[in-house]
Design a protein around this ligand. Structure first.
Ligand SMILES: [Zn+2]
Length: 133
């Protein structure tokens, strides 16, 4: 037969086990929630990084463009500038204040690239006989 003291010890051991379990469980749930949020946030970061990589490539292509003529390549580069700008515009950054500056900077940079490309073509903006379009 158990004494009251043994019973109390057993009860308190059980209580402390339940408390520990409860603590572990709530920590697990917290971590899991944080992990899920992290995964979602990473997708946004990844998409922005992907655009930044494309911008880097576009920068190289525009810097290497070496003709005053409006060629097919020129139009493609021009189109890539617009596409990147609209892709960045529609990127959902809700709750990601940390990425807004990066996007703003990226948009400004693409704007500058488009301007640089524009300066490479004929100053009057008109096609000549040697232009492709
Ligand atoms: Zn021309």
């Amino acid at each position: 037969m158990m004494t009251n003291s043994t019973n109390n010890n057993k009860n308190s051991a059980l209580t402390s086990f339940r408390q520990r379990l409860g603590k572990i469980e709530s920590e697990f749930l917290e971590n899991n929630q944080r992990f899920q949020q992290q995964t979602l946030l990473d997708v946004t970061t990844l998409m922005l990084k992907m655009k930044l990589d494309q911008i880097k490539q576009l920068k190289t292509d525009i810097f290497n463009y070496n003709s005053p003529h409006f060629t097919n390549e020129y139009r493609i580069l021009e189109g890539q500038c617009s596409k990147l700008q609209s892709d960045l515009d529609v990127l959902d950054l809700s709750g990601r204040e940390d990425l807004r500056k990066e996007r703003k900077d990226a948009l400004m940079f693409v704007g500058e690239l488009a301007e640089k490309l524009g300066k490479k073509g004929h100053a009057d903006g008109r096609s000549c006989g040697e232009c492709e379009i």
